[in-house]
Design a protein around this ligand. Structure first.
Ligand SMILES: [Zn+2]
Ligand SMILES: [Zn+2]
Length: 284
């Protein structure tokens, strides 16, 4: 199975519109891997798209994706759902009458389904897709999994219990994907056999090389989001064979090159991970 990182940015893409910080200027000049679009991942094989940030159209057009069999959502936050119209773009038949739409399977874990009915009009929008014949929406109860070709996907709730992580089994290999919100999460005992873990990098409250304070210590975001240091603790506890970090925020002001140096510094201490970049494809 191949996994394609469609977007490795966080709630703000890099370059952020109008921003003249060094990281955004570099990203505007050089593009990938310095630029990062919103958080989204594609599993080749089951051909499953995870989350649809507003950059979804561009991401899919530049990707190696040829077919999408399903769309799965991790949580309701805007940076993960606002490109949801892409569901219509890949399913709607606007040529024939009556239309021969090819409805996409949309998988919503229980709490995500409930939250879509409360926030941002996502529930309304998916009801519209259902009525138009663009989507078949599956509400997954918390004990349900998704079976797609030779892949099983087990959604599970994180410590921030409105957000789901995904355990994926494919051909005897175990992959863990957490799109966002690692705050307070501890890997459970049974999760000791992970081949590849994809995790959100967390907030860099201090600069990972210089120690400079990047976020005021009393900022409320530090109560809601895991810091990079806490993410490293999770990496150490998890003991996965390979780790990729994503959901890298513009506000951190860390360039692709700086993050490469951070990787080397931690590797020297025996802690291995890779910061993913947009368009990267890994083989599982
Ligand atoms: Zn996010
Ligand atoms: Zn910027």
């Amino acid at each position: 199975m191949n996994i394609e990182f469609l977007g490795t940015g966080g709630a703000m893409s890099i370059p952020r519109p109008l921003c003249t910080c060094k990281v955004c200027i570099e990203a505007r000049e050089k593009g990938v891997p310095y630029s990062r679009t919103g958080p989204s991942i594609f599993l080749h094989g089951p051909d499953l798209l995870i989350d649809t940030p507003e950059d979804s159209y561009v991401q899919i057009n530049r990707s190696t994706i040829r077919e999408i069999n399903g769309v799965l959502y991790s949580h309701w936050h805007p940076d993960h759902v606002m490109g949801r119209r892409v569901v219509e773009s890949i399913s709607a038949d606007w040529r024939n009458h009556p239309p021969e739409n090819d409805p996409v399977d949309v998988f919503l874990p229980e709490q995500v389904h409930n939250d879509f009915d409360r926030f941002l009009g996502s529930g309304d929008h998916f009801n519209f897709f259902k009525e138009q014949g663009y989507a078949t929406v599956h509400k997954l109860s918390d004990d349900e999994n998704i079976q797609m070709s030779d892949t099983t996907i087990y959604p599970f709730r994180l410590a921030e219990s409105y957000v789901y992580g995904f355990l994926i089994e494919n051909d005897g290999r175990n992959v863990l994907i957490i799109m966002d919100e690692l705050n307070n999460w501890q890997p459970p005992e049974f999760m000791k056999n992970i081949d590849v873990a994809i995790l959100p990098a967390g907030i860099f409250d201090v600069h990972p090389l210089t120690g400079e304070i990047l976020v005021s210590p009393d900022h409320p975001v530090l109560k809601e989001e895991a810091t990079f240091k806490e993410t490293v603790e999770v990496i150490e506890k998890l003991g996965a064979k390979e780790v990729y970090l994503t959901h890298i925020e513009e506000v951190n002001g860390l360039s692709h090159d700086t993050l490469k140096v951070v990787e080397e510094k931690y590797a020297e201490k025996g802690i291995r991970f890779t910061f993913a970049y947009d368009t990267q494809i890994i083989s599982i």
